[in-house]
Design a protein around this ligand. Structure first.
Ligand code: FMN
Length: 234
């Protein structure tokens, strides 16, 4: 019989997910993401409601992107958005969920980053982009322009609209590829908080569960494990 003290998840690093979504593809992607990682989430909303960005061959989105391309350093080039309450100092990692518009980052999300990108200096930055078919290099350039001193993960995740329903698998692969958990020293990927135990107790001795399986989730804390085997998956 083995009795050990286990500290489940020792870091306090925090992740924020910021996204905009017009037709809810990125919204679905973000739901899949936050079922795999612990994160606070902010959805950006344009101040002007009810706009049909798809009408007339996407004319409104096209005009907004053209205005930004023409004068990227002028605040008035960016569409207004609803106020966002966030203290970026609370976060070590920021994952951006961006739809692609005319090869660029969707305009309302650019507004948020134009205002807040400087406060993201030195933070780990992840980028997830959804497009129908266009490649995402223009969106990556926008992110780097708007967050000039971000510490970007080495690869972005591109999810085509047609892959939206399968995004959980693509996200899992990407988190592994960028070594999200260890690179960022960030709170554990949810599926990685694994233990095989016969019994697990709180520090005060109450039984929390027996035969904890790989799908059980532990909150941060110190536990007493009574079991034959413990492991943490990679
Ligand atoms: C204004 C606008 C422009 C778009 N331009 C492109 C484009 O140039 N290439 C492309 O592949 N998809 C383009 N799309 C499609 C979106 O990138 C795609 O549908 C994405 O999944 C939308 O994400 P969302 O549902 O989160 O808004 C555009 C969509 C809009 C609304």
């Amino acid at each position: 019989m083995l009795t050990i003290l286990l500290t489940a998840v020792s870091t306090n690093a925090k992740t924020l997910v910021v996204y905009y979504s017009y037709t809810n593809n990125i919204h679905q992607v973000v739901s899949a993401l936050t079922s795999q990682i612990d994160a606070d989430v902010i959805r950006i909303e344009p101040a002007e409601k009810g706009l049909n960005y798809a009408a007339n061959n996407y004319a409104i989105g096209s005009a907004q992107i053209s205005a930004i391309r023409k004068n990227p350093n002028d605040a008035s080039s960016y569409p207004t958005i609803d106020p966002v309450e966030v203290n970026l100092a609370d976060y070590d990692c920021i994952i951006i969920g961006a739809p692609l518009w005319w090869s660029n980052m969707a305009a309302p999300l650019q507004t948020f980053l134009f205002r807040n990108g400087a406060a993201m200096a030195g933070k780990h930055i992840g980028l997830i982009v959804s497009s129908a078919s266009s490649g995402i290099s223009g969106v990556e350039s926008d992110a780097r322009r708007l967050i000039p001193n971000g510490d970007f993960f080495p690869s972005s995740l591109w999810i085509r609209s047609s892959q939206t329903a399968n995004s959980a698998t693509l996200i899992r692969q990407w988190l592994k590829e960028i070594d999200y958990e260890t690179t960022g020293n960030i709170e554990g990927v949810k599926t990685d908080k694994r233990l095989t135990t016969n019994a697990i107790y709180s520090i005060s001795g109450s039984l929390i569960g027996s035969r904890m399986s790989s799908t059980d989730k532990l909150n941060k804390g110190i536990y007493i494990i009574n079991g034959t085997k413990t492991y943490k998956s990679n």
